[in-house]
Design a protein around this ligand. Structure first.
Ligand SMILES: NC(=O)C1=CN([C@@H]2O[C@H](COP(=O)(O)OP(=O)(O)OC[C@H]3O[C@@H](n4cnc5c(N)ncnc54)[C@H](O)[C@@H]3O)[C@@H](O)[C@H]2O)C=CC1
Length: 474
């Protein structure tokens, strides 16, 4: 009930995803903790927000350097936190570092405009920070999300209070430690732990100037109703990949695997609806199934592992139930879709499953309509470009989309008509921090990364300067 966190502390139990054992217990933060974090952040903001961009950049670059020096330790912690393979966890740590470096570089470029007006008068605009921002994270990229939100926030002169998902509470704390070590004012980036109630209290706090949220569509809807404050929403997807018969098939197969199986399929931008032109369907399916079957599943800390454990037992059960539903609705399970038991007895209670390819799918099937958020690829066939585009766009979501073709005119024509915020031509699921990322339609509002993100973490002030006398009508 509202306010229940005012009096008593609730405990979060965090499990180790790949061995299924209890990892730690945490107290959920309530009103008092959040008030304290906000007060600290306000004090820190008063120092940080007044510094020049160059000064802020220097501290952020130091944070990036510390991340690089602790790369392996952070990556290992992320594996335990989330269950993904160490190879992927290292890439997440790199992406976090690159994002901090990128926005440190932008910090000194923040500027306004000068507008000349009649009579020598003029106006200018100032880009000012918002104040104390809230960041709310999902569980699939815990460290990376904390960096993707805090880097632009801090570069623009704001403070941030970040709440990680209670399913993966560990690594955001490392980021707070690193910023502190780099020398940001105390409390500039703080972490509060907890679930939806903590999130609600934080977002609704009157001194929170902005909320940047990553998570599901239903929660995003709630967050957007919390008050008159700017929100960035990075929500779910059910993205299409269009594979034309004139493509380079080898690259299309690789792209389809990257579009579905990174992070055990728990990626918002995944291209889970794979539309393949009819004449290359048999060849494509044969190759995709062969490679999916050979994905090494198991201990995510081993270098050879390509797929680790899903994030929790209930989530694993949910993904498996989607596979069962697909079977009932007439899809063919071409491979995987079952609980996977690693040979190492220590891992017997982990949340593993074999990656799944569903063939013979149609647009009405649940697996084609709903975000599964697990390693399940649905393959559909199409005949014409027009038909593929119509079916690809027939969804309320619009996070990402991909096209594989060797015809340069087709590639750009198709992308022009795809209703998605992040489109890929002849690749999939790459997210360089220099380019904006975010969704159309119900997949979200605003963007993360790229120069444009500065606009989402600052506000514009217009200043009019009169050089003559006041021309009064009275
Ligand atoms: N577009 C993007 O960049 C990404 C989107 N996602 C989406 O996130 C979803 C999976 O993540 P989950 O953690 O299960 O999502 P979720 O919506 O259940 O939770 C996300 C976060 O919101 C918090 N929260 C829950 N209720 C809240 C409330 N009423 N007020 C404030 N905060 C609240 C949670 O504790 C968690 O930290 C998927 O739908 C996925 O597509 C995930 C990663 C990236």
């Amino acid at each position: 009930s509202p306010g229940r966190l005012q009096d008593k502390k609730l405990k979060i139990t965090k499990f180790n995803c790949f061995a299924g054992r209890v990892l730690c217990h945490l107290d959920e933060c309530g009103v008092e903790d959040i008030n304290e974090a906000v007060e600290q952040a306000k004090t820190a903001f008063n120092i940080w927000g007044k510094m020049s961009g160059m000064e802020r950049a220097r501290t952020m670059i130091e944070a990036a350097r510390i991340i690089e020096s602790r790369r392996e330790e952070i990556a290992q912690m992320e594996v335990i936190n989330n269950g993904k393979s160490i190879t992927e966890a290292r890439l997440d740590v790199d992406s976090a570092r690159l994002c901090i470096e990128y926005f440190a570089g932008l910090a000194s470029t923040l500027s306004g405009q000068h507008v000349q007006l009649p009579g020598g008068s003029f106006a200018y605009t100032r880009r000012e920070p918002l104040g104390v921002c809230a960041g709310i994270g999902a569980w699939n990229y815990p460290f990376q999300i904390a960096a993707w939100k805090s880097a632009p926030a801090l570069a623009c002169g704001n403070a941030m209070i970040f709440k990680p998902s209670p399913v993966t509470p560990v690594t955001a704390v490392l980021l707070a430690e690193i910023y502190a070590q780099a020398g940001v004012p105390q409390g500039l980036f703080n972490v509060v732990q907890g679930g939806q109630e903590t999130g609600r209290i934080l977002c609704q706090h009157p001194d929170i100037a902005k909320v940047s949220f990553t998570g599901s569509v239903p929660t995003g809807k709630k967050v957007s109703l919390y008050g008159i404050k700017p929100v960035t929403l990075e929500l779910g997807g059910k993205s299409p990949v269009l594979i034309f018969s004139d493509c380079d098939l080898e690259n299309a197969v690789r792209g389809a695997l990257m579009a579905n199986f990174l992070s055990q399929g728990q990626v918002c931008s995944n291209g889970t609806r794979v539309f393949v032109q009819k004449d290359i369907l048999p060849e494509f399916v044969k190759e995709v199934v062969k490679r999916t079957k050979s994905i090494e599943i198991g201990d995510p800390l081993l270098e050879t592992t390509r797929m680790g454990a899903l994030v929790s037992r209930p989530h694993l059960d949910n993904v498996l139930s989607y596979v069962n539903q697909a079977k009932k609705e007439g899809a063919d399970v071409l491979c995987g879709g079952e609980v996977f038991l690693p040979s190492d007895p220590k891992l017997k209670d982990g949340y593993y499953m074999s990656p799944c390819v569903l063939g013979n799918c149609t647009d009405e099937m649940t697996c084609v309509k709903e975000e599964i958020f697990g390693p399940v690829m649905s393959v559909l066939s199409f005949e014409t470009e027009e038909e593929a585009l119509h079916r690809a766009n027939d969804t309320t979501l619009g996070l990402a989309a991909g096209v594989f073709t060797s015809d340069v005119r087709r590639a750009h024509r198709v992308v022009e008509h795809l209703k998605a915020g992040s489109c890929f031509i002849n690749n999939y699921n790459i997210t360089p921090v220099e380019v904006p990322f975010g969704g159309f339609k119900m997949s979200g509002i605003g963007r993360e990364n790229g120069q444009v993100t500065v606009e989402y973490y600052s506000q514009l002030k217009t200043v009019f300067v009169e050089m003559g006398d006041v021309d009064s009508l009275f």
